[in-house]
Design a protein around this ligand. Sequence first.
Ligand SMILES: Cc1cc2nc3c(=O)[nH]c(=O)nc-3n(C[C@H](O)[C@H](O)[C@H](O)COP(=O)(O)OP(=O)(O)OC[C@H]3O[C@@H](n4cnc5c(N)ncnc54)[C@H](O)[C@@H]3O)c2cc1C
Length: 343
Amino acid sequence: MSTRDADVAVIGAGPVGLFAVAALGQVGLSSVVIDALAQAGGQCTALYPEKPIFDIPSRPEISAARLIDDLLLQAAGYAPQYLLGKRVDTVQQRDERFVLGLSHGQSVTAGAVLVAAGAGAFGPNRPPLPGIEAFEGSSVFYAVQSPERFRGKTVVIAGGGDSAADWAVLLAEVAASVTLVHRRAVFRAAPATLAALDRLAGAGRVTLAAPRALKGLIGSAGQISAVILSDDQGGEHAIEADALLCFFGLAKDMSAISGWDLGADRNGIPVEPVGMKTRRAGVFAAGDIAHYPGKLKLILTGFAEAASAAHAARSYLYPERSFHFQYSTSLGKPGPQLTQKEA
Ligand SMILES: Cc1cc2nc3c(=O)[nH]c(=O)nc-3n(C[C@H](O)[C@H](O)[C@H](O)COP(=O)(O)OP(=O)(O)OC[C@H]3O[C@@H](n4cnc5c(N)ncnc54)[C@H](O)[C@@H]3O)c2cc1C
């Protein structure tokens, strides 16, 4: 079990959590950023990477994906640590430090916490198959980290959208066989991907099982051996499988945040709009998750909130040190002089 340490733990690597790295760096604070998703970018990356955004100051038009790339570049100057693909489950206090308990057993210690958790932790929509948890991470997956993992395997992919179709095409290159399962006869994917799927199906390299639905799994000790499919007449068929990949979109999960004693409700976490303080000393919130009367859920609002929270976090961590406010130009180009601690 490894532990990371920083001045401030930022929960959420959406646009606001990423800008918080720069805002914290500019007041001399180091950060560690944790996100449940394997990729940074929050809603921008997960929900609308190609969509143009027209209300980012100084950028008449920018795609959501480009905005995230630029924020990552800006953050890089402040040497943040990233822990992606980990959900923060608990936020406890020990000896005036915060200890964050993460999924997969890791932990993070920090002097203060900035919650930039949007609408909650993104996670996969799971198919309701009895006992599926026992196979997750070993033979049932919701994302592909490396196609090589599936070399020579018998792979079943479930889903009807772009991700399922894209991975069926790509894994056909390395897997022993690929079966693509969808509950409707028609797939919704880019025309070029659909054409590639047709070609691969014609060549017998991808089997299209549609309309079919996932019904169950057979296997033991974390390893599936078959996936049971049902057809639209109610018939059931077991097909051999070493791995099942499910692409049913993302769900947002607020359940962890409700346990952090921050008074979170359906609007989010109530904060003082100056300094973005939550009801727990040392815990700040910014972006979509932070709520106060008249709140505008926009990226630019979250940026300003992150800057305000960064200044408040500095006063919280170093109450005895006076802070001379400086513009970023007076501080100079970000670099090692602004970073404090390395893990
Ligand atoms: C279709 C669409 C179009 C939009 N268009 C615009 C627009 O044009 N302009 C605009 O300003 N805004 C727009 N928005 C809104 C904008 O995307 C949000 O305001 C913005 O993403 C909020 O950023 P955030 O960093 O606060 O949260 P998010 O982007 O939601 O990121 C929060 C991150 O925190 C992570 N997280 C949450 N809980 C945990 C936990 N317990 N552990 C680990 N990680 C956790 C999540 O996985 C997520 O990645 C749009 C939204 C949508 C859905």
